[in-house]
Design a binder for this molecule. Sequence first.
Ligand code: GDP
Length: 362
Amino acid sequence: MSDTEPPESTAASLRTPIVAVLGHVDHGKTSLLDKVRGSAVIEGEAGAITQHIGATAVPLDVISQIAGGLVDPDDFDLPGLLFIDTPGHHSFTTLRSRGGALADIAILVVDVNDGFQPQTEEAIEILAQSQTPFIVAANKVDTVPGWNPEENAPIKQSLDRQSDRVRGDVDERLYEIIGQLSDKGFSADMYWRVQDFQNNVGVVPVSAMTGEGVPDLLTVMMGLSQRYMKEEMAIDVAGPGVGTVLEVKEEKGFGTTIDVVLYDGVVREDDTIVVGSSGEPIVTDVRALLKPRPLAEIRTESRFEKVDQLKAASGIKIAAPELDRAMAGAPVRVVRDREIDEVVAEVQDELADIAVDAEEQG
Ligand code: GDP
């Protein structure tokens, strides 16, 4: 370890849990992600919410502001939540880390009017199989006839404003969803009655339209991660980066690039990386690490800005030679001080695991 390393480089640090959003088409996955992003932008100081490649990081202090008193930052030492921007279980199943799910935790969105639908069932099976902890966002509560909305309010405050008839109507729909979860073998309840989130699924009533329940959703996600995932979130902040390819893309001025979710360690602009492909893994040198440039700064120049290094968990675009054969869903590993052959072998093993999983599922 050279003395030019930052002092934190020897310490383990806690990374941001990676969150995926799943559910049936039109149940509101995209709207919910947009709402979370939108609330974070409004509540955060400029720059507090960081747009990554393919993901959005919502830091703890912004969550605490959105949650308006439900979250005390002093109770938490995880840095926030990283939402994968592409919702849906296709992206969930193709994005893996060491054979498991890339996402540490998931939100299953269920429309309160529609209840369980075929893709809800598929999503549940995938979550069960990958043993990914999840909570249910019972979405579109604002569509219950007679609903009296209050923008971005915590859900209990909102429910208190409703007439007995509306509250009864909401309850009925929520219990239907709880019943459907239990038919699938999940013991579930309204989130405020759940003590043990490891063995029970919490149901959070929300509206992606009005933002009601979003404070609760973020609070529950944060609490769940903090309580049950802290150990898994400990990473060596200076260790060689490990990630998963989200997408392979041609980018003007950079050639073929890969969008990567980094879930461990750090990647630097002078690193050699090994990337999974349909054939032999690709061994190449990073040419540039790119993140989105803030909208305000985009003039005629690139949409991207170069960074020297980035640590997990984060989304990053990597430009490097020879990435044409790179494959979405494949592993990426930084070589750093190790033998290249050893890292290539690891990437090959991981690819083999993914192929077996894909066969089992399909
Ligand atoms: P996705 O396919 O799961 O990503 O669903 P979308 O986010 O695209 O939402 C599908 C439709 O439902 C869109 O027209 C949204 O505007 C609408 N929608 C989503 N969430 C809500 C909600 O909470 N309340 C209401 N009223 N409409 C919603």
